[in-house]
Each structure stands twice: as C-alpha cells, then as structure tokens.
Design a protein around this ligand. Structure first.
Ligand code: G3D
Ligand code: MG
Length: 203
C-alpha cells in the first residue's frame, strides 16, 4: 500500500579522479556518454525519478566537480546522504586501493547515526576495457564482503553496461536507509514534547 509520501533520496558519488563518476551519472540520468555533458555539469547534483517497490522516489545524485583530487568536498556535499557510491576503474589498481580511504573519509565527514550499517555501493567502472583489466573481480568481491557486505557491480558508463541495475540497487539501498531513520522518529517527537514542557517560553 502506498503511503503517498514523497521520498527524496540523496546519493553521493565518490572515488578518485577520472574513474568515470560523472560519466556514470550522465549515462544513468541522461542516457548519454559524451564529453559535451561533462563540460556542462556545473550543478551540484542531478535528479531522477525512479520507481522502487511501487513507490516513486526522487534520487538526488551529487557529483564532485573535480575537487576529489584534493579530498576537500565540504560538509554540504556529505550532509544527509542516504547512500554513498564508491567508484574505481578496473584498469587502475591505485583507484581500487583508494576505496578504503574514501570510505573512511565519508564516515568521518558525514558522521551517520549508524556508521556500521550505512549503505555503500561499489562500482568497478570501464568494464569495456577488459583487456587492460588490472583489478580481478574476485579481489573486489572479497574487499566488499570484508567491508560489511557492500553490493558490488562492474559497469561501463561508455557502453551502458550494468548502469541501470547498479543505480536501481543504489536507490533501493537509499530508500531502506531512510526507512530505518524513520523508525527513530517517535523518539525524536517525544523528546521535542518534553523539551517544550520544560522550556517554559512560548509565543
Ligand atoms: P570522473 O568524473 O570520475 O573524474 P569522468 O571521470 O566521468 O570525467 O571520466 C574520466 C575519463 O574516463 C573520460 O575520458 C571518460 O570518457 C572515461 N570513461 C568514463 N567511463 C568510462 C567507461 O566506462 N569506459 C571507458 N572506456 N572510458 C570511460 P577522457 O578521455 O575525457 O579523460
Ligand atoms: Mg567528474
């Protein structure tokens, strides 16, 4: 049964420079892989409406504007994230090895309520460059398993492989995260009421 409530889910994309973060977002939102789009993205985020479990949700996908080089993305970027997508390039070991520090950076900056269970998704991009592969699939699978069973997809933003599926999983994870947070709400409301009583002042 639908509650009629509108869900806005914030998703952020992290990973080393040039792994294909912007390209993945463009492929998912605009169904295009092009250099032109990259140049025109000045906005902090793109949105896309998507159906999940018969609910219409709006994904707000935040991309970096190249500042990931300096790892100084600012609090606004991380604030209120419902899912964190971490991307590496299957042809670059270095970008895979950075996943751990991106995860740590995210948890430090966003400081989620339940950091043990915060939803991450890992994408190994540039699957179309299989002949140049340097990161074996099994190695990433192992890392994801050891880091809290993170869902893992290999994608190609260039050839639109697994992009739709990966973002569907991302949206699902984000929605589940929001639901978990809503479970805490009764306590928060209770606290507000208590505060009012003891606060004394009112308009
Ligand atoms: P970023 O946002 O993570 O920095 P970009 O990465 O999306 O800007 O992509 C960096 C480069 O990788 C771009 O090439 C882009 O075309 C390429 N790229 C992104 N995704 C894929 C992919 O799935 N397959 C292949 N083969 N290339 C990809 P340039 O040449 O502009 O640097
Ligand atoms: Mg980019």
């Amino acid at each position: 049964m639908s509650t009629g409530r509108k869900h806005l889910l914030k998703v952020i994309i992290l990973g080393d420079s040039a792994v294909g973060k912007t390209s993945l977002m463009n492929q998912y939102v605009n169904k295009r892989f092009s250099q032109q789009y990259k140049a025109t993205i000045g906005a902090d985020f793109l949105t896309k409406e998507v159906m999940i479990d018969e609910k219409l949700v709006t994904l707000q996908i935040w991309d970096t504007a190249g500042q990931e080089r300096f790892q100084s993305l600012g609090v606004a970027f991380y604030r209120g994230a419902d899912c964190c997508v971490m991307v590496y390039d299957i042809t670059s070991v270095k970008t895979f090895e950075s996943l751990a520090s991106w995860k740590e950076e995210f948890l430090n900056q966003s400081n989620p309520k339940d950091s043990e269970n915060f939803p991450f998704v890992v994408l190994g991009n540039k699957l179309d460059k299989e002949p140049d592969r340097k990161v074996p699939t099994a190695k990433s699978q192992q890392w994801c398993k050891a880091n809290g069973d993170i869902p893992f997809y290999e994608t190609s933003a260039k050839e639109a492989v697994n992009v739709e599926d990966a973002f569907q999983a991302i949206a699902k994870k984000a929605l589940a995260q929001v639901k978990d947070e809503e479970d805490f709400k009764p306590n928060i409301d209770l606290k507000k009421k208590t505060d009012k009583k003891t606060g004394g002042k009112c308009c």
